[in-house]
Design a protein around this ligand. Sequence first.
Ligand code: SAH
Length: 352
Amino acid sequence: MTGEKIQLLGMTGEELERFVLEDLRESRFRAKQIRQWLDRGADIEGMTNLSAPLRARLSEIAVANPVRILESFRSKIDDTEKFLYALPDGNLIEGVLMRYHHGDTLCVSTQVGCRMGCAFCASTLEGRVRDLTAGEILGQVAAVNRRVQAEDPGRRVHNIVLMGSGEPLDNYDNVVKFLRLVNDPEGLNISLRNISLSTCGLVPRMYDFAKEGLPVTLSLSLHAPNDEIRRKIMPVAHAYPMGDVLAACRRYIEVTGRRVIFEYALIKDLNSDLRCAEELARRLRGMQCHVNLIPLNDVKERHLEAPDRRTVEAFLKRLELKHISATVRREMGADIEGACGQLRRKVLDSEK
Ligand code: SAH
């Protein structure tokens, strides 16, 4: 069963060395060789400076990258590419590559499914199946990076957003390990400043995360100007009131010196009138932050939809008037089910 195989890509240098010495009973420099191959995205077969018997032995107990791109769909509108990945145990996850001027940005998943239960989100409809390992999170980046470079050696995955399925802070240890691995100068070497971690606001974990010394951008899924509205769409708001969430954000800003991004999905007749904009501006006043307005991606399983464009524009204008930095997120990949969880849902539905 590949499900139980060791995932080489998720190992730190030290772990790989220990594995080589103790499990393979090979000398230390093999670890270095394997590492170099992993960084180039090779699979075990391709590690040609290892002897054939060693490769065979290695293949029996380990995989290089546990993530395999099963299918990909490329937008004809803006080149956005959606990936469906298979994991060793047969689970499916998905990701999106957005080709921006400031570099290719990959949206990465941290769990199979999600247990946060947000009313508007397709990833959570069937709950959480399991956490991803650090190797499975890193594997998404490695697999796509390899594709990108095969197409154009001058390009690479430049930015990462942890905004795929799953709640990153609900899979804390694996996510933190992933962040350290992906930033490894001997590995993919992606700058932490080019990485955004999005959370629905698990307050104690936010304080823990601030202490890790990882200068990633924190995105906070707020989606409401007060607890009353927030509780209608986000069960997590029952556990952590907005005041506590905002206090944790302030702490993050203080410790890291980085502004926080608030994600605010505009939902018709729920959180998008001007009174909501006013209240939101009041709550965020004086904070080093930016508001990302997202007209809701309709999820057909839920009966929630986006407001009309004028409402979106008016909301934005009102925030600006109150000196809150804000933008409306541009829709990418409209023709390829770009939004979270939509593709996996479609595949699961068609299997039923
Ligand atoms: N669990 C994390 C990250 C995953 S979702 C979090 O909650 O932040 C990434 C972003 O997409 C979150 O802000 C989420 O609230 C938002 N989102 C989910 N479904 C959406 C939809 N149908 N329309 C617009 N935004 C959505």
